[in-house]
Design a protein around this ligand. Structure first.
Ligand code: TYM
Length: 331
């Protein structure tokens, strides 16, 4: 590999939403030709909350199929399951010894999740960012395309990398977050002040990228807006409408100003329908390809095995270097 390396991933919880698509996957698609990209299904991460094993296995495979259906190309990028590459957990252990408990306790996602799962504040929840750092640092990643909610995890990854490099000698590439200008945070269709979350208990709050067209339309038609009637981009005073405008722009390709010009005075019903239709159109080929892929599990597993093998080769290189530097006896 000689191009810059990109790494990113999604946890197989809930559904892959149009928020994940706009905030992360659409940027991954743009990067495939210019960089060496590695995209994992972060299935060890999602064990930090209780999963029903049979459902979990199915969902992880479904997410993998959705990666490919979106246009991530196994010929260009490495696509794999995190749990298939044992080096992630091994590097995490070593990095744990270079990370302070206080740093982890200050993470906003830890605080949020601990509040949400008060009966299961396990070590994994606290240690989650170190596993994420291991994911990224194992591959000498330069850029990590994510939504804004992962920014803090990227900062701690950088801190850990710099700390290790300073203690020993340059070992890890210090990665940077790549966060899109717009769409880095897509909001809930029901509560425009909240992030669109893949595991929101309200099914109308988020839209899956493999949702049926009629369900997508219903969700957009019932999206929360405001008591005004004007379609204008004003995130502060019109968060619901502005969120829909960003979604429409990112999914349909129209600029924000163009949307204002076309729908400004047409009323919300017309605008919401157009927004829903833009999303349906963008997702239609993805859904068709997803259905096709899910009927070919052998192909999916062959891609996963090949991806894991390629990932493992790269991961081994970094891990061996790290083990040598910290003074472990070489085999
Ligand atoms: P996860 O699974 O919560 O989300 C996957 C990606 O989608 C982005 N995202 C959003 N972007 C815009 N609007 C939203 N409403 C929205 N919701 C989510 C996230 O920022 C993310 O980019 N810890 C990670 C997974 C992970 C990872 C990694 C990422 C594990 N290892 C290494 C990068 C590198 C997570 O939970 O993302």
């Amino acid at each position: 590999m000689n191009k810059k390396i990109i790494y990113s991933g999604i946890q197989p919880t809930g559904i892959i939403t149009i928020g994940n698509f706009i905030g992360a996957i659409s940027n991954w698609l743009k990067m495939q030709d210019d960089y060496d990209c590695i995209f994992g299904i972060a299935d060890l991460h999602a064990l930090t909350v209780r999963q029903v094993p049979a459902e979990y296995r199915k969902r992880a495979l479904s997410f993998f199929a959705q990666y490919i259906a979106c246009g991530l190309d196994p010929e260009k990028s490495i696509l794999y399951f995190q749990s298939h590459v044992a080096e992630h957990a091994e590097l995490q252990w070593i990095l744990n010894c270079f990370t302070y408990i206080g740093e982890m306790q200050r993470m906003t996602q830890f605080k949020d999740k601990a509040a949400k799962h008060a009966d299961n504040i396990n070590m994994g929840l606290l240690d989650y960012p170190v596993l994420m750092a291991a994911d990224i640092l194992l591959y000498q990643t330069s850029l990590v395309p994510v939504g804004i909610d992962q920014k803090q995890h990227l900062e701690i990854t950088r801190d850990i990398a710099v700390r290790f490099n300073n203690l020993y000698s340059p070992t890890f590439t210090v990665p940077e977050a790549y966060i899109g200008e717009r769409g880095a945070k897509i909001y809930s269709l029901r509560e425009p002040g909240q992030k669109m979350s893949k595991s929101d208990p309200d099914p109308n709050a988020a839209v899956s990228i493999i949702e049926d067209a009629d369900v997508i339309m219903k969700k957009f038609m019932s999206a929360v807006t405001d008591s005004d009637t004007v379609v204008r981009y004003d995130p502060e005073n019109k968060p619901g409408v502005s969120n829909l405008m960003v979604i429409m722009s990112e999914m349909g390709g129209l600029g924000i100003q163009e949307i204002e010009r076309l729908y400004g005075d047409k009323g919300y019903a017309v605008f919401k329908r157009a927004c829903g239709e833009a999303v349906v159109e963008r997702l239609k080929p993805i859904k068709a390809e997803y259905d096709r892929l899910m009927s070919d599990k052998d192909y999916l597993m062959a891609v996963a095995r090949d991806g894991a093998e390629r990932a493992r080769r790269l991961a081994r290189r970094t891990l061996n270097k790290v083990k040598r530097k910290v003074g472990l006896v070489e085999q």
